[in-house]
Design a protein around this ligand. Structure first.
Ligand code: ADP
Ligand code: ADP
Length: 228
């Protein structure tokens, strides 16, 4: 479980990015954060893995303050998928997927098996794809690799910051479906940032509406339709 308790963030130039921000994300839940550009979504995400420190307030993971975790341990347990496709261009697909498992000193066979399992999970034939270079894949396929790379070392938490916004509508819809299926299978806690309401409603177990650094409403998509 991830819990934000009364967070305030003021950047050095005086911008107040978050105020009285409180939110709970339960284990295995996919929470979408939605709101206009500048409402504090990215700031919220980056606080979870301590890339940004709150000015005041606390963040807990499994009831433990994130500052009490060893920072490497914390980050190794969090997969991050970014908007821009960020595969390492000089590594094969298999090597890209293996980066974090190798840092964690997994055995070779375990890494290889995990890579194959993940490629199959997102419908890419391992024998065809594992030796390819990123540039030989379409944008949608590359982003699919970005997603499974974040899952490779089996983190408990996955952060996704507008991961599909650079994609064409068809790849985007396919990946939204993939995420739903993946999440049902792997039961990870996912925080997913988007500024697209349809996307938030399509994939979220819950939707957190944000505005000017504050939470406006947190509900399931069904409840949001009934009480907009
Ligand atoms: P979102 O992801 O919803 O677009 P951000 O979290 O990126 O919002 O930004 C929230 C607010 O904080 C915005 O007003 C933004 O301009 C400001 N901001 C973000 N990063 C910095 C920074 N490093 N220094 C100063 N202001 C920042
Ligand atoms: P540092 O280089 O500061 O020591 P780490 O060794 O903790 O950082 O992590 C290296 C990079 O890999 C960081 O950018 C981190 O966010 C990223 N990372 C760590 N664990 C994972 C994971 N499970 N999935 C994806 N990326 C990860």
């Amino acid at each position: 479980m991830i819990e934000f308790s009364n967070i305030q963030k003021v950047y050095p130039d005086g911008t107040e990015a978050l105020k009285n921000f409180s939110l709970k994300v339960e284990d295995g839940e996919l929470m979408t954060l939605i709101g206009p550009s500048g409402c504090g979504k990215t700031t919220t995400m980056k606080m979870i893995n301590r890339l940004i420190e709150p000015t005041s307030g606390s963040i807990y993971i499994d009831d433990k303050d994130i500052n009490e975790y060893n920072i490497h341990e914390l980050r190794w347990n969090i997969g991050y998928v970014l908007q821009e496709i960020a595969l390492f261009p000089h590594m094969t697909i298999a090597e890209n997927i293996a980066v974090v498992p190798e840092m964690k000193k997994w055995k070779r066979k375990k890494i290889r098996d995990r890579g194959m399992e993940l490629l199959e999970m997102v419908g890419l034939d391992p024998s065809t794809y594992q030796k390819r270079m990123p540039r030989e894949l379409s944008g949608g396929q590359q982003q699919r690799i970005g997603v499974i790379r974040a899952l490779a070392a089996d983190p408990d938490i996955i952060l996704m910051d507008e991961p599909f916004s650079a994609l064409d509508p068809i790849s985007r819809e396919q990946l939204q479906k993939d995420i739903r299926i993946l999440q049902k299978e792997i039961k990870k806690t996912i925080v997913f940032v988007t500024h697209d309401m349809d996307e938030a409603m399509a994939i979220g177990d819950k939707v957190c509406l944000m505005k000017e650094g504050q939470v406006i409403q947190v509900d399931t998509p069904q409840q949001l339709i009934l009480n907009p």
